[in-house]
Design a protein around this ligand. Structure first.
Ligand code: BDP
Length: 581
């Protein structure tokens, strides 16, 4: 699925703004005819979370209806029309002028549906979206626990979610009405298959939306490739670029592949796909970018901010990348779900590496079934198809902190099944998942390339005892290394610090203690030759469910939720700007 764009063929209308809105706690809206329009509506901004915008809905996690008016002008007539909603938490159903148009299950990934024939040109059309943000234990991510999970909520939280971030509801990313050519270019993939100083070879794949007879012209600057098809949907070829400008850390070199598909009957579609030329590979103890070992310095993040909640806020994207640059980070992980594409576009331009994560956080034994594996595989497919042209994405993370019974065959089948699916869709990137249990509980790593580990020594393990627990942390990392013989990354470590709390002798929740935990554990990781990086948890403080272990939000950010630096941010800036560290 391609991000909507305006070009010589395609048109678009961005529908973000203030929409009409009404909650539906009794789920009667549909039977009352709200599909045709919402009576007695209030107002809400799209994108954004209702829990932040409307105080009386701070803890509302049910059904809600959204409505706006769409007015495509007569110039769009006869063009195929589509609707794209970047993400809805969690499920969405859509009606146009009272007619059902399509649905999407699951948060954090786009819904893209055909509206051809449903929209009237040159007049007002009513677009209604019903959002279901119920806390569903069978969703990915599972938003609540069920009885046999053995605990209630993450750290006994309210609401009792199975993960440590707030289960915001709303339309969280931009909404576009857009037109395409016919035949429609459905997907484009550009992968660097060989990279040398003299030239790079690109494997180009064009997926057409239906059976296609005709030619597809692909052009990168002065270099072009013509693909022809006498029938079928997929066209492939190789394009050679002489003396390529290589994408690298801090060097966001990008190219554009201009694609023009012209069918034998004269129908045309066009798309301009941005991409970068670079290679990634795991070899021996190292993670190689363009053949050179890299050490990941950065953070686990969240999409989270005051007032917008999980809604996309473009100034925040800019600010966060400014902070990453200021502090000297080279990477982040989209913990614990796929982020809006605007984050990845910026990372492409900034030369920041991204570990792109699925929404599989809070997994537990009850979910490792064939049926849910099939669902997980279809989500992996949506993610990889959406993100595979981003040079910034250097690795897929297929899960975070799965709870799993030691040695269970169901766990192995599930983790193997996810790995097989990801590799079939993208053989060009390594895969990982992020573990919190011990190596014996993580047989899954046998099928993955990098071992990512979250460990909170000095915090959850040995709270307040940073120095006493440093040898334990080292032993723990060695256990993972010995068990799998693969590169290991400390994907989360850190401590909560409430900004403004200071102690002469560092102790829990003080800025001094957080800073010391990060500095000492980071330096220790730098001494382990097979450790390929560390990501501090977290970039900024973020909202989560209430619990007695959370001091009004998770405070492990090295920046506050407002993006002001804590002491640890200055420490990291000092460390990351020394070439040897
Ligand atoms: C890990 C999780 C992360 C939490 C963090 C914490 O991966 O989502 O926010 O620890 O406890 O368990 O702060």
């Amino acid at each position: 699925m391609l991000f909507p764009q305006q070009n010589t063929v395609r048109r678009l209308n961005k529908l973000d703004g203030i929409w009409s809105f009404r909650t539906d706690p009794d789920t009667t809206g549909e039977s009352l005819g709200w599909t045709k329009g919402i009576p007695a509506a209030r107002s809400i901004a799209v994108p954004g979370s209702w829990n932040e915008q409307i105080p009386d809905l701070a803890n509302y996690f049910g059904l809600a209806w959204f409505e706006c008016v769409v007015y495509p002008d007569a110039g769009w007539a006869d063009m195929p029309l589509r609707l794209r909603i970047g993400a809805v938490n969690n499920n969405a159903r859509v009606w146009v002028n009272g007619t059902f148009a399509g649905d999407h299950r699951g948060p954090y990934l786009p819904m893209d549906i055909d509206l051809t024939g449903l929209v009237k040109f040159g007049q007002a059309n009513r677009l209604v979206v019903c959002v279901d943000a119920s806390l569903d234990p069978w969703m990915f991510p599972p938003a609540s626990w069920v009885e046999n999970d053995g605990r209630v909520g993450f750290m006994n939280s309210h609401p009792g979610v199975a993960f440590d971030f707030f289960p915001y509801g709303g339309i969280h990313r931009s909404v576009y009405l857009y037109s395409t050519g016919a035949p429609r270019i459905e997907r484009i993939s550009v992968i660097t298959t060989s990279l040398q100083a003299t030239h790079a070879d690109l494997a180009v794949t064009i997926d057409m939306a239906g059976d296609f007879q005709g030619a597809v012209e692909c052009r990168v600057e002065d270099h072009s490739l013509r693909l022809t098809s006498a029938g079928g949907r997929v066209l492939t070829g190789t394009l050679r670029i002489p003396t390529p400008r290589v994408w690298d850390i801090g060097q966001g070199e990008l190219y554009t592949l201009a694609v023009r598909a012209e069918a034998a009957d004269g129908g045309v579609d066009c798309y301009r796909q941005s991409f970068g030329i670079r290679t990634v590979e795991v070899k021996g103890d190292h993670f190689l970018l363009n053949g050179k070992p890299v050490f990941f310095k950065g953070f686990g993040k969240h999409e989270d901010f005051h007032i917008v909640g999980k809604g996309l806020l473009e100034p925040l994207v800019v600010r966060d990348f400014e902070m990453l640059k200021w502090i000297g980070a080279n990477s982040f992980r989209t913990s614990h779900y796929p982020y809006a594409e605007e984050w990845l576009d910026y990372a492409d331009r900034a030369g920041i590496m991204v570990i792109d994560e699925t929404p599989f956080v809070g997994l537990s034994d009850r979910l490792y079934t064939d049926e849910l594996l099939a669902q997980a595989q279809s989500i992996i497919t949506e993610l990889i198809q959406r993100d595979k042209n981003h040079p910034s994405v250097v690795m897929w993370s297929l899960a975070n902190e799965p709870n799993c019974a030691r040695g269970s065959a169901a766990v192995t089948t599930f983790f193997k099944g996810m790995a097989t699916c990801a590799r079939a869709l993208d053989a060009s990137r390594p895969i990982t998942y992020v573990a919190h249990l011990e190596p014996e509980d993580n047989d899954g790593f046998n099928y993955y390339d990098v071992v990512c580990v979250n460990k909170y020594y000095g915090w959850y393990i040995g709270p307040g005892q940073l120095h006493e627990t440093l040898p334990e942390l080292e032993k723990c990392m060695r256990r993972f290394r010995d068990a799998f013989g693969k590169p290991v990354m400390l994907a989360e470590f850190g401590a909560d610090a409430v900004d403004g709390v200071h102690r002469m002798t560092p102790e829990l929740f003080s800025e001094e203690y957080q800073s010391e935990v990060i500095e000492h554990q980071y330096k220790l990781m730098r001494t382990l030759p097979w450790c390929i990086g560390t990501h501090v948890w977290a970039f900024a403080d973020f909202k989560t469910a209430q619990s007695i272990t959370r001091v009004a939000n998770n405070r492990k950010g090295v920046f506050t939720r407002e993006r002001n630096p804590k002491m640890a941010a200055h420490t990291l800036r000092r460390l990351w700007n020394q070439p040897s560290l």
